[in-house]
Design a binder for this molecule. Structure first.
Ligand code: HEM
Length: 146
């Protein structure tokens, strides 16, 4: 069961170079070393995301295609040890920071749609206005007839 090995955050953070690059996305650990040169978004972005601890936000922000998501399983090497019991105290502290940051980000992401929802309606307002004017004109002309 090598695929589902649990890694602590501090252990994963040791692998953030061009020659050895691991990523945490949705609490899964991926070894993308061999994928670095193939990544359409470039290798730098992956190495940088790897060093930051949790790459979930970066991955989601890009809006990766389903092709990208299906490719991920090929690089899966394990899962993130959420409790970080096997990690050091520093690792556990870092892990709680990541959780706190994720919570903050979730609230930010959740807030976005409320303003975006109005903007989504905006393109419909102009055609609606044209229809209303056309109907108004038609009604006025018919009323004006003796
Ligand atoms: C195992 C993990 C990953 C896989 C398999 C993957 C795969 C891909 C693929 C196939 C594309 C082409 C566009 C698409 O199909 O969506 C892409 C684009 C991209 N990826 Fe990733 N990616 C991974 C992780 C990440 C991470 C962690 C980041 C950033 C933190 C990232 C940033 C980008 C960027 C910036 C692009 C270019 C988007 C564009 O040109 O419009 N990727 N990736």
């Amino acid at each position: 069961m090598e695929e589902h090995k649990a890694f602590s955050l501090s252990e994963v953070s040791l692998h953030s170079s061009k020659k050895d690059c691991w990523l945490i996305i949705h609490s899964q650990v991926y070894d993308v070393t061999k994928f670095l040169e193939e990544h359409p978004g470039g290798e730098e972005v992956l190495i940088e995301a790897s060093g930051k601890g949790d790459a979930t936000k970066g991955f989601e922000e890009v809006g990766h295609s389903s092709t990208a998501t299906s490719m991920m399983s090929g690089y899966l090497i394990g899962v993130l040890d959420q409790g970080s019991t096997s990690g050091s105290a520093a690792g556990a502290e870092q892990s709680s920071k990541v959780v706190a940051r994720e919570e903050k980000e979730t609230t930010l992401i959740e807030r976005k749609p409320s303003s975006a929802a109005f903007m989504n309606l905006f393109p419909y307002l102009i055609p609606l206005l044209i229809v209303a004017l056309a109907f108004g004109g038609w009604y006025f002309l018919n009323k004006a007839k003796p």
